[in-house]
Design a protein around this ligand. Structure first.
Ligand code: ASC
Length: 146
């Protein structure tokens, strides 16, 4: 993705709460972002685990999506969107500091994953993929219902 479009998307993402007319919209938004993140993270995992051949360009492109879209997902956990068709635990809001810390960690690792993917080196990708996966899992274990 071009740097300019990333900047534009980031600017649009900033006042996200104002963009959801109702809690259900926020839930759908974050679930969509999670689904996209999962799809693109899965493609990286397939390369990291040797299920598909390593392709440096594809790795960088996928990591770009993960870094951006996983960040967007966190903007969907707006106040009042803990009820409804969601597996988010009440702790997302009840332990907001802990959730924000976990979110920050995920975003740091996703940024490292992107940097690693851009090196074009499979070992770098493998290492960063593993670290990022831990931050995904940590958050899911603590803040997502079965
Ligand atoms: C994925 C995916 C997750 C994480 C998690 C990491 O590919 O969809 O939720 O990795 O399983 O342990």
């Amino acid at each position: 993705m071009k740097t300019m479009s990333l900047i534009v998307l980031a600017a649009l993402a900033a006042p996200a709460h104002a963009q959801f007319a109702k809690p259900d919209d926020a839930i759908k938004y974050r679930q969509s972002a999670m689904a996209l993140t999962g799809a693109h993270f899965g493609r990286l995992g397939a390369m990291a685990n040797g299920r598909v051949p390593f392709d440096a360009k594809a790795a960088a492109d996928n990591a770009e999506v993960v870094a951006l879209v996983s960040k967007l997902a966190f903007t969907g956990f707006t106040d009042g969107s803990g009820q409804g068709n969601t597996r988010a635990k009440a702790e997302v809001w009840g332990e907001a500091d802990k959730f924000k810390t976990a979110a920050s960690r995920q975003q740091e690792e996703a940024a490292r994953l992107l940097a690693a993917a851009k090196t074009g080196n499979l070992d770098n990708l493998k290492a960063a993929f593993g670290e990022t996966a831990k931050t995904c899992k940590g958050c899911h274990d603590n803040f997502r219902r079965e």
